[in-house]
Ligand binder design. Structure first.
Ligand code: ATP
Ligand code: MG
Length: 891
């Protein structure tokens, strides 16, 4: 059964069971700071489970792309070595938010596997939660009852918390689960040993494919469990593993999801698959990692040095390390395989084709820079070997290896391989010591936030907390505190740093989001006045940051937003929409928002565009925005607009809201955008729009920074003031441009004059040196050791000495002079002399630098030294004479 059908059957099956089909969320979660990437289908639904947000549908079915390479769920080290763990995989999920529970989940799972996918009953094994004393949980009897009515008792097993109690992380929604395992063995193997002995033993032919999780609890920070008010179901099955079962393969890399990619990789590398273990592992790693990379870049994440970007960078580098080590690749190649991935994946990622060139380019750039790191690393490593040899040692010091890894990014794995290859080893102890030191340091530098459990003050009058925001209509409101918690910053650097997060019954404070900064302000009553430093959103709960708690936390408060600041932010937010609109108008449809920062003092807008923007284009954009401001367009706000109509209307910002039925639409004239931010009532209030800068922030992404209103007027006024002051000192006050051009011409003339005298000086000096030449058989010997004071630029002397090396054949030249009380020595030797006489400039200079107590540097053909000991000059002269003798005698 082809994998397209496997997907279709799944979606169709649950759609018929009244589930709403929704598309996958992007793999990279913008709104959840606790996760780098989606690692399970349930992440985007966290707030439904917690009762923070009302689900639009109670039954959902989807196919969610997940990435398991960091945190609690990290399968990276298994990938390539076993046949069924991937970094990126697709999770077939069916969801019940407070709707059906165990009975339907189990019966439908069984029906789908047996009747639709035709998996033989006897190959299916079930695991059930046995209970946990510490958590006070008993055996999941209800689940057992349902399974017992469907399959043989022999195929049902019980396991503990580790296997059958699903948790997202150390805190969060969780619950007992029941897993479905498939026996892949042949009849003979089955007869030899009953399948139940192989469950959860890591056997390659007994694989878990589906996990039915009954989300019923919330794990608190103190380790205890809170019962959730509503029960939910999160059932997730890996598409890749299901395809293995349905296509009768023992490896997911042999299914039609992966095999075409594997085939293209092995062909493009000229290798045979399934011949040599590590080659096979490497090919599988490349296929897997590249798929993860393509999807992550497609979803908007770029490789970088921090956070999610660093995760992507590590995946890419891991595949290159395997390719260099076992497939002997020395040049970028991954980007070429993007083509075949896109060919295989575009059916489900329709926009992939359009983004193909962009993804290819990002991967190629990243690969090229990593290959450069490897090349330089090889050189540096070689140098380390020489140094170790010089000390008569066989163990390379761990500190240097650490430096290679930490400063130059050279992977430790490669250092180990190279050491072994050269018959050396690495002092692992000192390496680990350095590594530990660095970890400690970064722990100190990092801000680890420890959030305590919530303390309830009042009950919420609404069922869902996302209904509490009233900041579109009010900047002041009477509120109660529903709950609060303490947040401690564990950074060692900052002493005793903590704050509180408060949740209000209703709030006029806008929480940071959609690029717009969070509001600040205060809450007050007769006794207290507490400053709200910032407002943020954790998923859908609005958190108000304060440094101290009010004395009477149970009373009512007046919540007051800092109005002046909010107004300035609103001007910048509306201006951002107008800018987005103008960019599309000037450049076309490929302009896509890639990020924004909307503050009280400026706005920043990042967008996709492949070329540098000219001054004329910038002027045009600026003018267009200004015209929209002058037109004084009125705000049209639709809070609950059908998504379908918004798409028809061509609203901007649709991409991330695909799964919603109703959206908020902000319109000013022809500009319509999905947006949750706050805006001015009419564009005229913005007054002035001024672009400050335009730049590139990464490949294909440009950034515009702009100011509006008072800021812009102040800025323009200050420029005008400078202009007026400038005019006073210019040659032609009425035309600064004419003045500037005349200065430019004058400057050019002066430069030409200087250049001329420079060349003349070179000529004279060259002549001077040549006059001192002694012609030996086969060698021209020039020596000018003087303690004369000269004012020559080092680069000028260097040029002369190197020029002479080209102009005079078989040259041996040593010159010195004094400048600013320092002795300068220069040596230049022709290649022929180096070769025939085996003399090297850097070896001679080494000695001479000692005589003058100085520093030296250079190569065989050119070296120089600078020192302070003028008395040493006589020894330098003596040494050059020795060379003259040597050169004479030898010939
Ligand atoms: P395993 O123990 O095999 O790593 P898991 O218990 O971590 O699996 P769950 O978190 O229960 O898996 O996820 C549900 C399903 O998602 C699994 O039954 C499996 O089909 C699929 N799955 C999980 N991790 C991976 C992975 N790394 N690659 C491919 N599929 C996976
Ligand atoms: Mg796992």
């Amino acid at each position: 059964m082809k994998y397209q059908y496997v997907r279709d059957i799944f979606l169709d099956f649950f759609q018929k069971k009244k589930h709403k089909i929704i598309p996958s969320f992007p793999i990279y979660l913008r709104d959840d700071p606790t996760l780098f990437f989606i690692n399970a289908g349930m992440n985007p639904f966290k707030d439904y489970f917690l009762g923070y947000k009302k689900p639009e549908f109670q039954r959902i079915v989807n196919i969610q792309r997940c990435l398991r390479v960091s945190g609690k769920h990290n399968d990276l080290e298994n990938v390539g070595y076993d046949n069924y763990h991937h970094t990126m995989f697709e999770m077939l999920g069916n969801w019940s938010f407070g709707d059906y529970s165990r009975k339907e989940t189990i019966e439908w799972a069984w029906e789908l596997l047996i009747q639709k996918y035709n998996i033989p009953k006897k190959n299916i094994y079930i695991s059930i939660f046995i209970g946990d004393e510490k958590d006070g949980l008993s055996m999941d009897k209800e689940t057992y009852q349902y399974w017992k009515s469907l399959t043989s008792k022999n195929n049902i097993l019980f396991f503990g918390k580790k296997e059958n109690f699903w948790e997202m992380g150390s805190t969060g929604p969780c619950g007992p689960c029941s897993e479905i395992h498939i026996d892949f063995r042949n009849e003979e193997e089955k007869n030899r040993l009953p399948g139940k002995y192989l469950i959860n033993k890591g056997h390659p032919k007994m694989i878990e494919i589906w996990n039915l999780v009954f989300i019923e609890f919330f794990r608190k920070l103190d380790g205890s469990l809170d019962k959730l008010s509503t029960k939910h179901v999160d059932a997730g099955m890996g598409l890749e593993r299901l395809c293995m079962v349905l296509q009768g393969k023992l490896s997911s890399y042999d299914t039609d999801i992966f095999f075409p990619i594997i085939r293209d990789i092995k062909d493009s590398l000229g290798k045979i698959y399934k011949k040599e273990f590590y080659q096979d592992v490497s090919i599988r790693i490349i296929a897997d990692h590249l798929r993860a990379l393509v999807v992550s870049i497609y979803d908007g994440q770029l490789p970088s040095n921090t956070g999610s970007g660093y995760v992507i960078r590590r995946i890419l580098r891991r595949s290159i390390i395997y390719a260099t080590r076992f497939l002997y690749k020395k040049k970028p190649f991954l980007y070429q395989i993007v083509e075949s991935l896109v060919r295989e994946m575009r059916i489900f990622f329709p926009e992939l084709e359009n983004k193909k060139e962009y993804i290819k380019h990002v991967i190629e750039e990243e690969e090229t820079s990593f290959f450069r790191v490897i090349e330089k690393g090889y050189e540096r490593f070689h140098h380390l070997i020489i140094k170790t040899k010089e000390k008569n040692k066989k163990i390379i010091d761990g500190k240097s290896i650490f430096q290679l890894y930490d400063t130059y990014g050279f992977p430790i794995k490669l250092s180990r391989i190279l050491a072994k290859k050269n018959d050396f080893s690495i002092d692992e102890k000192s390496f680990q010591k350095e590594l530990l030191k660095q970890k400690e340091k970064s722990k100190k530098d990092n801000n680890t936030l420890i959030k305590s459990d919530w303390i309830k003050i009042h009950n919420n009058q609404f069922k869902y907390e996302n209904e509490n925001f009233i900041g579109y209509d009010f900047l002041e409101y009477e509120i109660m505190i529903l709950k609060y918690r303490k947040v401690e910053n564990q950074s060692v650097k900052k002493r005793k740093d903590f704050y509180y997060e408060l949740v209000f019954s209703k709030t006029p404070f806008y929480p940071e989001g959609g690029g717009q900064l969070g509001d600040n302000g205060f809450i007050k009553n007769k006794i207290d006045k507490i400053f709200i430093e910032n407002t943020i959103k954790e998923n859908y709960v609005i958190l108000h940051i304060v440094r101290k708690l009010p004395l009477n936390i149970y009373s009512f408060f007046q919540a007051i937003v800092n109005k002046n600041r909010r107004i300035e932010i609103e001007k910048n937010h509306t201006a951002t929409h107008l800018l987005h609109f103008a960019l599309k108008k000037v450049f076309g449809e490929h302009i896509q928002q890639k990020g924004s920062s909307i503050r009280e003092d400026y706005l920043r807008f990042d967008f996709s565009h492949y070329k540098k923007i000219t001054t004329e284009e910038l002027n045009k954009i600026e003018k267009l925005v200004q015209e929209l401001i002058f037109s004084n367009l009125l705000l049209e706000e639709k809070r609950s607009f059908p998504l379908k109509e918004a798409i028809k209307k061509g609203c901007l910002g649709i991409f991330h809201e695909k799964y919603k039925e109703k959206v908020r639409v902000i319109t000013f004239g022809d500009s319509s955008e999905l947006c949750l931010g706050t805006h001015v009532k009419c564009t005229g209030l913005i007054k002035v729009f001024e672009i400050l800068s335009e730049s590139s922030i990464s490949y294909g992404i440009r950034r515009i920074k702009a100011i509006t209103s008072k800021k812009a007027i102040q800025y323009l006024k200050s420029i005008h003031f400078q202009y007026k002051s400038l005019k006073k000192i210019l040659k032609y006050p009425e035309s600064p441009i004419k003045s500037f051009l005349s200065l430019k011409i004058e400057n050019k003339k002066l430069k030409q004059k200087i250049e001329k005298s420079y060349l003349q000086k070179i000529k004279i000096l060259k002549k001077e040196f040549l006059l001192k030449a002694i012609q030996l058989p086969f060698i021209t010997y020039i020596c000018d050791i003087s303690n004369e004071n000269r004012t020559l630029k080092i680069n000028l002397v260097k040029k002369i000495v190197l020029d002479l090396r080209n102009e005079v054949s078989n040259l041996f030249m040593v010159i010195s002079f004094i400048q600013d009380n320092k002795i300068m020595i220069f040596i230049s030797i022709s290649d022929s002399v180096i070769k025939n006489k085996n003399i090297h400039a850097h070896k001679i200079i080494h000695k001479m630098a000692d005589y003058i107590h100085g520093k030296y540097w250079g190569k065989s053909f050119f070296s120089m030294a600078i020192g302070l000991n003028i008395d040493g000059l006589s020894l330098v002269l003596k040494e050059t004479k020795e060379y003259l003798k040597f050169l004479k005698n030898e010939d």
